[in-house]
Design a protein around this ligand. Sequence first.
Ligand SMILES: Nc1ncnc2c1ncn2[C@@H]1O[C@H](COP(=O)(O)OP(=O)(O)OP(=O)(O)O)[C@@H](O)[C@H]1O
Ligand SMILES: [Mg+2]
Length: 331
Amino acid sequence: MAMPMVGRAPAVEELRRAWARVHAGGKPITAVVTGTAGTGKSALVGAVLRDTGDATVLAGAARVHSPAPYDWLAAVLAGRDTTGFDVPPDALAWLKQDPDVPRERYTPDALLRIAVATVRALVGGAPAVLVVEDLHALDPASLNLVAELAATDLPALLLVTSQPATAAVSPQLAERTLARLGGRPGAVRRHLSGLLPAEVGEILRQVYGSAAASPDVAEAVWRRTDGNPYRLSELLAVEGEAILEQPRPDLTAREREVLGLLAEGMANKQIATALGISVRTVTVHVSNLLRKTGASSRTEAALWALSGRRSGDHQAGWRDNRRAARSQSSA
Ligand SMILES: Nc1ncnc2c1ncn2[C@@H]1O[C@H](COP(=O)(O)OP(=O)(O)OP(=O)(O)O)[C@@H](O)[C@H]1O
Ligand SMILES: [Mg+2]
């Protein structure tokens, strides 16, 4: 579900200013964007990259399922012409994770130097952007390389995204690397939290039209998604415009039937008879209903059910169930 970008203008601005400084002065700047899964780190990077003109962008990420040494660099090098680079071809092939290169013949230090030299060669002399996505998922060699790159004099904006280090394969190493990166002089650090209720409302308005979302709906959708943009996009994809109706908790078919009858003003005993179940079972359904709808009494739950009546399909479904229940009980 494509959503308009909201709520990140200050972060975009700050990163664009950092790029402008790199571009103007040729001095390196490190930027670290953290946030849990789906908070919009990649979207933010995308917004910044829309503004970097024809600068060289070297972007890579870990292959989450099987991180291999120098994954970031291998991703950057994939499909790139590296002929004429002043680095040993066998080492380069190894860094590209070429399957035909049997094993490393270089010490870890030598490989690190060669990796840095390779990035230098790729950058050339002009201001560039190095994008390291999902640092938390990277292999130790890549983490080392990224920290090393941050400490070079490359005319580059080193733009790193990461989930919190606790999500990393090796949390301590990720933590240490993030601390090192964020501690670079002039570093930009941004932690992305979920969107605010008003920002969720803004997205709903932009997607479904200006009158679409009331603050109540925005608040409810915000609560269901924690303001997480990824979860919001999933919810919009699954529920579409139905999301603008009063939020419905997940009730079982039976609970909906019970709620429908409760809204008719029936007592538990009548509901039991209507549905052909025991009073005790009805009591359990009612208490689950109260919990799920957040209603403090059966009257409130009944009102809640009635207030949703206008809004379409599942309510029609409830009415049908109710009719079925009645005709059963009268049969
Ligand atoms: N500020 C925003 N406004 C509207 N939509 C957004 C915003 N941020 C992200 N999105 C959308 O939410 C989804 C998830 O965002 P994104 O992929 O950038 O998250 P992420 O932090 O990179 O997640 P991951 O940690 O899984 O890589 C995308 O569809 C993206 O377009
Ligand atoms: Mg991402």
